[in-house]
Write a protein that binds this ligand. Structure first.
Ligand SMILES: [Zn+2]
Length: 339
């Protein structure tokens, strides 16, 4: 996004000792001033569990959608906007579409569209990683600040890679900000009454190199592209600070991103205690849909009478929200177009 606010934490507060208590459904911004690094840690418990459990998608689809939720919260929570940040994939793989919708300041909802048979075949073949499920297409990130404002959209190709790959590609090509993203989602099994209970957990970390002198932010090209053979590759010397930051973040294990006993502050302290790290006031996230009977009614009124007639079944119009499965039922006469 071109909005510089995206890279700035909301409110600065003085340094404090790292909290040992882990807080789920939170975003923690941090800064490593000595290396010109900024970042955020996202940790999701009940919010991601509510979304994924309610949909009851096949596990690899749920995991993929969980990663998209973490990425969306990571990016959306950094925008100082009123409105929505929407991440959407459209691809040719077994999972045709992922939609995650973050409404400022703290609401997130998500859903996926997929081909059941192709997903089952991918699981059967042991090829149900993110890249295989998504296939090829694109990922779009949209900022929607309401009717009278311009929508801003950023697009990046998905080419058989993961959502992390797509995020790196986006920040490299569109923003020219050296960026590393780590996303992790897992199902936790706990003994409980009536047998083991499943619980989804998710987490992630974003690290960006934001030096005051722009030329320090140059990074080597991700791939040589379609340059003719024999063309000398760009000899870009990456900045030492970024090389160090990137190396540190690559040591993060998935389990550290989701472990309920490692707090976000402990995680950034473990990574960056040597150069020194400062954390900022975090924010919270919750799973909540923004659909309402009024919105659905307005949508139905905007359809033609003919379209509405086709929606009548057993004397009523029934609309189910794809995000939260809420069901809205109208009598045909209730939603006649006004005027
Ligand atoms: Zn809903």
């Amino acid at each position: 996004m071109t909005d510089p606010a995206m890279n700035a934490p909301r409110i600065e507060i003085p340094t404090r000792a790292p909290s040992v208590t882990s807080a789920d459904d939170t975003v923690l911004p941090f800064e490593v001033a000595a290396l010109d690094l900024r970042g955020r840690v996202v940790r999701l418990g009940p919010a991601v569990d509510a979304i994924l459990t309610q949909h009851a998608y096949p596990a690899p689809v749920a995991k993929l959608l969980g990663e998209a939720v973490v990425l969306t919260v990571m990016l959306g929570s950094a925008l100082k906007i009123d409105g929505r940040f929407i991440l959407q994939t459209q691809t040719d793989g077994p999972v045709r579409m992922l939609v995650v919708d973050f409404t400022a300041p703290d609401k997130v909802r998500a859903c996926a569209r997929f081909d059941k048979d192709r997903v089952a075949a991918a699981i059967e073949a042991g090829k149900a990683d993110a890249g295989a499920l998504l296939g090829k297409g694109h990922l779009a990130m949209t900022i929607d600040q309401g009717q009278d404002m311009n929508r801003y959209q950023g697009l990046v190709a998905l080419d058989g890679g993961s959502l992390e790959d797509a995020a790196h590609e986006y920040f490299h090509r569109s923003e020219q900000i050296p960026t590393r993203v780590r996303l992790a989602v897992a199902e936790e099994l706990r003994a409980g009454e009536g047998g083991a209970k499943h619980r989804w957990r998710a987490g992630g970390i974003l690290l960006q190199f934001l030096p005051k002198a722009a030329e320090r932010a140059r990074v080597a090209d991700l791939d040589p592209g379609d340059a003719p053979q024999g063309t000398a590759p760009h000899a870009v010397q990456e900045d030492d600070a970024w090389v160090e930051g990137r190396a540190l973040v690559s040591t993060v294990e998935d389990v550290e991103l989701i472990d309920p006993v490692v707090s976000s502050e402990q995680l950034v302290y473990r990574l960056f205690h040597e150069p020194g790290v400062r954390v900022f006031r975090g924010s919270e996230v919750r799973a909540q849909c923004s659909c309402s009977r009024d919105n659905v009614e307005a949508m139905l009124r905007s359809f033609s009478q003919d379209d509405r007639d086709h929606m009548v079944e057993n004397g009523k119009i029934s609309v189910t929200c794809e995000f939260c499965s809420a069901n809205y039922i109208f009598a045909p006469g209730e939603v006649e177009a006004k005027g």
